[in-house]
Design a protein around this ligand. Structure first.
Ligand code: 5AD
Ligand code: SF4
Length: 474
């Protein structure tokens, strides 16, 4: 009989990808995805440990699931609860101590072992913890058959991080850097395209440090991987995230100017605009180095848009340091940006430094977010009147509304375009808001759907050129 599997995903896109793969690995055992945890036989929380808040959310959700588990038990039914992801990895046994009704704890490298762990948990009544970083990588052990992901798909190509930024827990929870082979990625990408994806987002904690084994046995760069994937017919858009400024190699910068399938948008976190703070953060670069990369990317691709992550209130950050962060935001003119209050993570070097008062962090975050909002709106407004190719892959809030992504990752809302669901379509931007834009499909491009036709790259290339000058000032 079919069993129900509910997975709740927290945090980054790599977790979203991992959740999909956990579904795939459980399918042969008869587990079908479920929309709610109430009727699930197996509940997995795929967790995030990057900030304290993310972790608290997990424990409060566990409380709610516990009630359902007890209700089911009273009716003679069983519900297994598993905690995966980075909280699982970081806390391990502690989770079962604090929440004894949890049956399974597993780290992000152990997902291929899930079926065996579930069997063990059923047999032994819980208590299964698996946190190894196995020598054989999980990607090689996960089933080849992946579920369809829709028009836009995630594909993990790299995992782990060797950078050890002083604030960050990732190198401890996700382990050392590892890159999948070119062939494995290419074959997964082809399957995604066969199943309807036209856009692929390549994922990695430090994706531009990618150095996977190529078909010739040599280690290939991310740019080489992108060039290979761009050859796949029917794959129209390629993106990658998240990148470290130190790993923006010359070939990667260059390919932004030569490969039209590579989207003109880059998430390139700088974290702080102050060299003193960057040093304390162990980021291994200065603000000037970062600005130079931005300039070089804009030189090869004038319409390139950027986003970043920022942390305010790291130990030792002065008012003047913070002003430098505001200055960077002004200088780059981000299309979007994420900002966070520093949150001490156990086991990381910055956590044992003297901490700033919460009120200072709050005030700085507010000021930074206000500026970021203004910049986002300015970027969106600069797009009014432009026509850009949008991948309309989601239903909007209103009847007859579709939502998609512009090349610059903006959410684009379009009314009355149902026939274009899942397609790449030219949209003329007519309205701009803080976190989205709205547009119409011009009569001239109605019917001229770009997706899955040979015209697609020509189409995007033309739009790319016509947008270039207007967006360069961003
Ligand atoms: N506190 C606050 N933000 C953090 N990030 C990483 N670690 C911390 C922390 N300890 C942010 C960084 C990173 C993003 C994914 O999360 O900005 O780029
Ligand atoms: Fe964390 Fe720094 Fe690695 Fe990014 S590069 S995952 S911030 S340690």
């Amino acid at each position: 009989m079919a069993k129900k599997l509910f997975i709740k995903t927290y945090g980054c896109q790599m977790n979203v990808y991992d959740s999909l793969r956990m579904q795939d690995v459980m399918k042969p055992l008869g587990y079908q995805p479920s929309e709610s945890f109430e009727d699930a036989d197996l509940v997995i929380l795929n967790t995030c440990h990057i900030r304290e808040k993310a972790e608290e959310k997990v424990y409060s959700e566990l409380g709610r699931i516990r009630q359902e588990k007890e209700k089911k038990a009273a009716e003679g039914d069983k519900m297994l609860i598993a905690v995966g992801g980075c909280v699982g990895q970081a806390e391990g046994e502690e989770i079962i101590k604090r929440a004894p009704f949890v049956d399974i704890v597993l780290g992000p490298q152990s997902y291929h072992q899930l079926p065996e762990m579930v069997t063990r948990a059923i047999r032994n009544n819980g208590g299964v913890v698996e946190l190894d970083f196995p020598a054989v990588q999980k990607f090689d052990l996960l089933p080849e058959e992946a579920s369809p992901q829709g028009a836009s798909a995630f594909l993990s190509v790299q995992e782990g991080c060797d950078k050890f930024c002083s604030f960050c827990v990732v190198p401890y929870t996700r382990g050392a850097e590892y890159s999948r082979s070119i062939n494995a990625i290419k074959s997964e990408a082809k399957k995604l395209v066969e199943r309807g994806s036209v856009e692929i987002m390549l994922l990695g904690q430090n994706v531009n440090a990618y150095h996977g084994e190529g078909p010739d046995g040599r280690s290939w760069s991310l740019a080489e991987l992108i060039a290979q994937l761009a050859k796949i017919d029917g794959l129209e858009r390629i993106r990658y995230t998240t990148s470290h400024p130190r790993d923006m190699s010359d070939d990667l910068i260059a390919i932004h100017g030569s490969e039209p399938k590579l989207m003109p948008y880059l998430h390139l976190p700088i974290q702080s605009g102050s060299d003193a703070v960057l040093k304390k953060m162990n980021r291994k670069h200065t603000a000037e180095f970062y600005l130079d990369i931005i300039a070089r990317l804009r030189a090869v691709r004038p319409d390139m848009a950027f986003s970043s992550d920022f942390i305010v209130g790291c130990p030792g950050e002065t008012d003047r340091d913070f002003e430098e962060t505001l200055k960077i935001v002004e200088q780059v003119g981000y299309a979007s940006a994420y900002s966070f209050k520093y949150s001490p993570r156990p086991g990381t070097p910055a956590a044992v430094e003297e901490q700033l008062p919460e009120a200072i962090k709050d005030e700085r975050l507010q000021r930074l977010q206000e500026l970021i909002r203004r910049k986002q709106l300015a970027f969106n407004e600069s797009c009014i009147g432009k026509t850009m190719t949008v991948l309309l892959d989601r239903d909007g809030k209103y009847d007859g509304q579709l939502v998609g992504r512009s090349p610059y990752m903006q959410s684009v809302h379009v009314m009355g375009a149902e026939e274009y669901r899942g397609q790449l379509v030219d949209v003329r931007i007519t309205e701009a808001y803080m976190s989205s834009v709205a547009g119409i499909i011009p009569a001239s491009s109605r019917g001229a759907i770009f997706a899955k036709t040979k015209d697609v790259s020509t189409g995007s290339q033309e739009i790319l050129r016509s947008n270039a000058s207007a967006l360069a000032a961003g």
